[in-house]
Design a protein around this ligand. Sequence first.
Ligand SMILES: Cc1ncc(COP(=O)(O)O)c(C=O)c1O
Length: 397
Amino acid sequence: MGQNKNLVPMSSPDLEASDIEAVLSTLKTNYLSIGPKIIAFEDMFCTFTGAKHAIGVNSGTAGLHLCIRAAGIEQGDYVITTPFSFVSSTNVILFEKAIPIFVDIDKQTGNIDAEQVAQAARDIQLGNPEKAQRWMPRQGDGKTGHLKSILPVDVFGQPADFNKLREVAASHELTLIEDSCEALGAMYEDQPAGMLGDFGVFAFYPNKQITTGEGGMIVTNNDQFAERMRALRNQGRAPGDTWLQHTYLGYNYRLDEMSAALGISQMERVEQLLQKRQQVADWYNTKLSAIKGIETPYITPATTRMSWFVYVIRLDPALDRDRTAEMLISAGIPVRPYFLPIHLQPYIAKQFGYHEGDYPVTEDIGRRSLAVPFSGIMTEAQVDRVCETIQNTLPRV
Ligand SMILES: Cc1ncc(COP(=O)(O)O)c(C=O)c1O
């Protein structure tokens, strides 16, 4: 993709000398894993979100997988989720040979359509096979599974419709797993993202609001789930197990001390990091809303604080998104089609028999969306350059 001729990077971590020093000083200690930094990093998340427990892991995917395990999701179980997301939110369901039940999304926010979630839960749980069939993958295994959980995603840093989702989860006794990997710092009706369901998961890849290189964090108020997830993260060692005793089948999902040290240093200025991203989004909102043929992101009133992960525009259906993307890339502006729908990813379409037309809102938005360069360290001049290039490119499409 011609990385070197990019005039602006697609994304950049926001690192300062203090971040680098935090990692270097950790390297000079005896603790490179399972030491004091991970504990301090977790404590910061308890303070930041108000969670009783925070469990550091080595990726957001690992965190979501532990939630799936802790929720007791097994082969053949159903989990209602969104096809408009990064693939991890569905992959963790597949890791346990459970079955993702996709429902389409709200066309304004791009988040899972909570009314459809309610309908799917009712149809599946009330045991009417004909009605339940509507929600099933075209190519199932013919067996009837148990609906266990809902896994919504706070897409692009905007929380899903949790009032409704919580109501559905409570009335059908389902666990609610919040994929908040893109939404650290967001607020839903003044409640922190990550704390809106039974578990929440954040991710810290370098394009995220804070970074640890690779890393993630689970937050929950549930003592039992937290204890189980701590054990599973650490090769299945339950409290009291020695290094070579393993009560459960577990994983090495531990976050190392250098990463945790970077995380602490980043969390110390998380408000500033979020604020800088807000400023860049504000510049884009103003400058792009003047360009015909472009829709800027919609923020619903329930989102009392947006946490900008990426800045994704939607093009008018009359414009050719892929051609626009090519032209912008060749003009030195990297852009990405966010998201290619999960149900159409080759391995999912093959396993479950999905094809175009199955989730029309997801497909329409997936077809028209473009993420533009975005980070907290972008300057207004860089934003201007992106916007001007878009303006000059669009009419010629
Ligand atoms: C919605 C969503 N879920 C899960 C993940 C997975 O996080 P990680 O890359 O840390 O495994 C991401 C990361 O980009 C994401 O955007």
